[in-house]
Design a protein around this ligand. Structure first.
Ligand code: FES
Length: 122
């Protein structure tokens, strides 16, 4: 997990045991990007927007190894910690601040739910 000292509202998305180690689940977001939440074999949790920076492959369906997910479409390796493509590939997918407390997973609300544009005309 990314050490997290961010201030904000945290969304409780359920118990840690809903995702077995080495797997991921998705969280649809109305009006926003689907999020992929990963549980690594060493018991860490990460959240990323569920779109590969290459051609938007569903990262949640990739293979997790260490703190990296291999995209299921063309096998780019994406860091779960930073969202960056590794090796010679370039690109980055947004990460979502996540914390685990009392056996439950929390995501930073402000990073999940899009803020309505105040600039929209009525
Ligand atoms: S879409 Fe992920 S590697 Fe191409």
């Amino acid at each position: 997990m990314i050490p997290n000292t961010q201030v904000g509202t945290w969304l409780d998305i359920g118990p840690v045991d809903q995702i077995s180690p080495g797997n991921a689940r998705t969280l649809p977001v109305r009006g926003g990007e689907e999020i992929a939440i990963f549980h690594t074999q060493d018991n860490q949790f990460y959240a990323l927007v569920n779109k590969c920076p290459h051609k938007q492959g569903p990262l949640s369906q990739g293979i997790v190894h260490g703190s990296v997910v291999a995209c299921p479409l063309h096998n780019w390796n994406i860091s779960l910690k930073t969202g960056k493509a590794l090796g010679s590939d370039e690109g980055c997918v947004p990460t979502i601040p996540l914390k685990v407390e009392a056996g439950r997973i929390f995501l930073l609300r402000e990073a999940v739910i899009p803020v309505p544009s105040a600039a929209k005309a009525a």
